[in-house]
Design a protein around this ligand. Structure first.
Ligand SMILES: Cc1cc2nc3c(=O)[nH]c(=O)nc-3n(C[C@H](O)[C@H](O)[C@H](O)COP(=O)(O)OP(=O)(O)OC[C@H]3O[C@@H](n4cnc5c(N)ncnc54)[C@H](O)[C@@H]3O)c2cc1C
Length: 404
């Protein structure tokens, strides 16, 4: 009898994950590596090649351990670019603050990863695992009984498990089913995202330039196959100005971009499509309900000013995976109310603090008010001259606890 190369898939999952974005896929791979039977349902068609998302993600040093545990870091590390220096600029001033990895034991602050590379690596890891990943699987209804929740797909299929995890993004339907309200607002800002090639090497430097229109970030990427130097751009601007750049042609966009790039990059050229993301803050009042739990943007979406959105989600993933694994291996109900309450207790304050920090940074820095401009410069210089405070900020950027 010939042996199938495909791993045996679990017929009865302990966990159903709704949403196969970066958060849902990471949790699927993470749990399945620990032997927990898991199924991930995503409404999008299967992602094989080409580009779905031109964005990159700054994976913090701390988050790379989560990807390691999910079994994808070995592949991703060869495609990512370590950040060794972060330069903070404010308005027309020269570099005001400089963070060097030499000051934190020569560890990288984080790694710039292309979203599609990460998605591809996670898909491959899940295919090789015992987890089931279904595409074209849109959940339209959820029903909860005493011992399980059941989801109904648009095509009529039904799946049940003791626990449903909503990883279905900002407009989460799992959250709506749970009847959980959210609190938040729009920033009236759009983030333009693209990749550029440039004449000179970036030396693994990430630039965060605070401008009154919003933060402008240049993030180091790996050289392409032809040896061209590349960086990712996240260029934030207010709604009115953004309307012009949404419709202008590439030449106009590139010349405005070049005017904002620090001189040391030399000539630049567009190396990807351009995408525009409206920015908002959205926070769920509760992350848990009866046999349901929310992770990442289904629970909390924040301003990308500090590149922390998915990194905070990675902490959700690590915490929830640990709790599910502990319950599953001890024969406990993984969807029990006490397990879920522990998750919410562990994650809510950390998330609220990060949301407040990103919101405060955006208010303080995306503002032409001259008083705030002086306050910013005084604050930044104070950080520069107080090594323990500087260390604190560097460890935050790395996604490390301040005590470890
Ligand atoms: C410009 C920008 C830059 C950013 N940069 C960074 C960064 O540098 N570092 C960082 O940590 N974070 C960053 N972020 C945040 C990060 O991109 C997001 O946190 C992350 O992409 C969201 O992932 P997710 O899986 O939670 O949601 P999504 O990507 O929205 O995925 C949700 C999935 O659920 C599916 N779905 C929805 N409803 C259903 C349904 N009913 N049934 C089945 N499937 C469903 C959707 O099709 C989708 O595939 C950035 C964000 C922006 C906008």
């Amino acid at each position: 009898m010939s042996r199938s190369k495909k791993p045996e898939k679990f017929a009865n999952p302990a966990v159903l994950i709704i949403g196969g974005g970066l958060a849902g896929l990471t949790l699927t791979a993470h749990l399945s590596r620990r032997g927990v039977p898991v199924m991930c349902l995503d409404r999008e068609p299967e992602f094989k090649s080409g580009t779905r998302d031109v964005r990159t993600t700054a994976i913090s040093y701390g988050s790379h351990f989560v990807l390691e545990a999910a079994g994808v870091w070995d592949e991703i590390k060869n495609k990512s670019c370590p950040i060794r220096e972060i330069q903070i600029l404010d308005g027309g001033s020269p570099v005001l603050l400089d963070f060097l990895s030499a000051d934190v034991g020569d560890k990288a602050f984080g790694f710039i990863v292309e979203n599609d590379d990460l998605r591809r690596a996670l898909n491959t890891a899940i295919q090789k695992s015992s987890a089931t990943h279904l595409n074209n699987a849109e959940v339209i209804a959820i029903k909860t009984d005493a011992d399980k929740s059941t989801v109904t797909l648009k095509d009529g299929r039904e799946f049940s498990a003791p626990l449903i995890i909503g990883a279905d993004g900002k407009n989460s339907s799992v959250r709506k089913y749970m009847n959980v309200n959210t609190h938040g607002w729009s920033y009236d800002q759009i983030a333009f995202v693209c990749c550029v090639t440039h004449q000179n090497p970036h030396h693994n430097i990430a630039i965060e330039h605070f401008r009154s229109e919003g933060p402008f970030a240049v993030l180091p990427m790996r050289d392409d196959a032809g040896g061209r130097h590349r960086s990712a751009i996240v260029w934030t601007m207010h709604g009115r100005e953004a309307e012009i750049f949404k419709t202008c042609d590439d030449a106009v966009f590139v010349s405005a971009l070049a005017a904002r790039m620090p001189d040391f990059y030399g000539d630049i050229a567009l190396a990807s499509g351009r995408a525009a993301w409206p920015l908002l803050l959205n926070h769920a009042h509760d992350y848990v309900g009866a046999r349901c739990v929310l992770i990442n943007e289904a629970a909390h979406a924040m301003h990308p000013i500090a590149g922390q959105g998915l990194n905070i989600g990675m902490r959700d993933i690590q915490t929830l995976s640990d709790m599910i694994f502990a319950a599953y291996t001890s024969g406990k109900d993984v969807g029990a109310a006490d397990v879920l309450a522990d998750y919410q207790r562990a994650r809510k304050l950390d998330t609220i603090l990060m949301m407040a920090a990103t919101d405060g940074l955006n208010t303080l820095f995306s503002n032409p008010n001259p008083f705030l401009s002086v306050l910013r410069k005084v604050g930044i210089r104070a950080v520069h001259h107080l090594p323990p405070v500087k260390q604190f900020f560097m460890r935050q950027a790395m996604g490390l606890k301040t005590t470890t």
